[in-house]
Design a protein around this ligand. Structure first.
Ligand SMILES: [Zn+2]
Length: 76
């Protein structure tokens, strides 16, 4: 299961406040979470979103795309 999180205003500049995808841990709560793109999210620095808002993190989106052939439309 993935959660959408965005760093809070003031933690980073507005241009870095993108929506990251974070795998929800199933075991003990870790000291920090790691987004699919590798960004570390520490407690109190981010807000959990109930839907995609603002700018998505491109690297997280690329890493969440299913692999395999035939999943993209043929534009030709
Ligand atoms: Zn990301």
């Amino acid at each position: 299961m993935l959660a959408l999180v965005r760093l809070r205003r003031g933690v980073v500049g507005e241009s870095r406040r993108v929506c990251h995808l974070i795998p929800v841990p199933t075991g003990p709560v870790p000291g920090h979470l790691t987004a699919l793109c590798g960004e570390s999210i520490f407690p109190g620095e981010a807000e959990v979103l109930d839907g995609l808002r603002g700018m998505p993190c491109h690297a997280c989106l690329v890493r969440s795309a299913p692999s395999g052939t035939g999943l993209l439309a043929n534009a030709g």
